[in-house]
Design a protein around this ligand. Structure first.
Ligand code: AMP
Length: 274
């Protein structure tokens, strides 16, 4: 594995590649969720590039940019063991200059749910993903369904800008109790770990209702909120189609149920695809 930190070094090693390039962008503090993307990309491509970059432009002013968990040494080991060929770890000044040209999230889908609660987050996310996709020259780029709205917006960006890359959606990885893995789970303390499970439990409750024939979105959301009483604050419960349009009735095969809630220090998100 080679570790590269500059654009020039990345382009230099890339020149020698032929065949399919798999790419997995991350913000580091790697866990089994990231690893599942890396393993799938390893299997499906001739070459594998992973990036680790905590992107400042997708954090809002009052968010945890400075406190975001960083574990470079462990991450490098994980990538090495997982068979990564190129690990790209740029600094902020490598990725950005002053007075940048920016692309923005779409006015409707980019400003509901996560986009409404974190205005500007998706603009910064799309800006960095566009840069990284261009730099990686990826054939296939891998993203987790855990960040479902992010995945939908990246898919839309690739379509709208005619970018030549396949976006591959990867399943959510959970711990043995059902908690969706996240770098921010390290903030959970003591009993909060137990209360954090109510997000996954609320999604299970919704699935059970749907399996029993319930399609009414309002009723399902009400039932989910009962389960979510264990959290400190629910930001949203939403039932949308795969393009993030609101639904009145569940459409099997075209529905995502999402939840965002605070438990102790972290803000947690989870979802299930129906
Ligand atoms: P992050 O480092 O949080 O930016 O995540 C990098 C990639 O890993 C994104 O595509 C995430 O959606 C994905 N990811 C994060 N957590 C999980 C998980 N628990 N299961 C599957 N993918 C995940």
């Amino acid at each position: 594995m080679v570790i590269v930190k500059t654009i020039e070094a990345l382009q230099e090693v890339q020149k020698k590649l032929s065949g399919a390039i798999g790419f997995v962008p991350t913000m580091g503090a790697l866990h089994h969720g990231h690893l599942s993307l890396i393993q799938q990309a390893r299997k499906e491509n001739d070459h594998l590039i992973v990036s680790i970059f905590v992107n400042p432009t997708q954090f809002l002013e009052d968010e945890d940019l400075d406190a975001y968990p960083r574990k470079d040494a462990a991450d490098i080991k994980i990538c090495e063991l997982a068979g990564v060929d190129i690990l790209f770890m740029p600094t902020i000044d490598v990725m950005y200059e002053e007075d940048e040209l920016c692309i923005g999230a779409p006015a409707i889908r980019g400003y509901v749910l996560e986009g409404e609660k974190r205005p500007g987050h998706f603009d910064g996310m799309l800006q960095i993903v566009m840069k990284l996709l261009n730099l990686s020259s990826a054939t296939n780029a891998y993203f987790g369904k855990k960040d479902a709205q992010q995945l939908a917006l990246i898919t839309q960006m690739v379509k709208n800008y005619f970018m030549d890359v396949n976006i591959i959606a990867c399943d959510i990885v959970r711990d043995e109790n059902g908690l969706a893995l996240s770098s921010r789970n390290v903030y959970l303390e003591g009993e909060e770990k137990q209360r954090a499970l109510s997000l996954a439990r609320s999604l299970k409750r919704a699935t059970k209702l749907i399996m029993a024939g319930e399609k009414n979105v309002e009723l399902i959301k009400k039932e989910m909120l009962l389960v979510l009483k264990d959290t400190d604050e629910v930001e949203y419960v939403a039932i949308v189609d795969r393009e993030f349009n609101a639904l009145e009735r569940v459409e099997i095969g075209n529905t995502i149920i999402l939840v965002a809630a605070w438990v102790g220090k972290p803000r947690l998100i989870d979802n299930i695809w129906i």
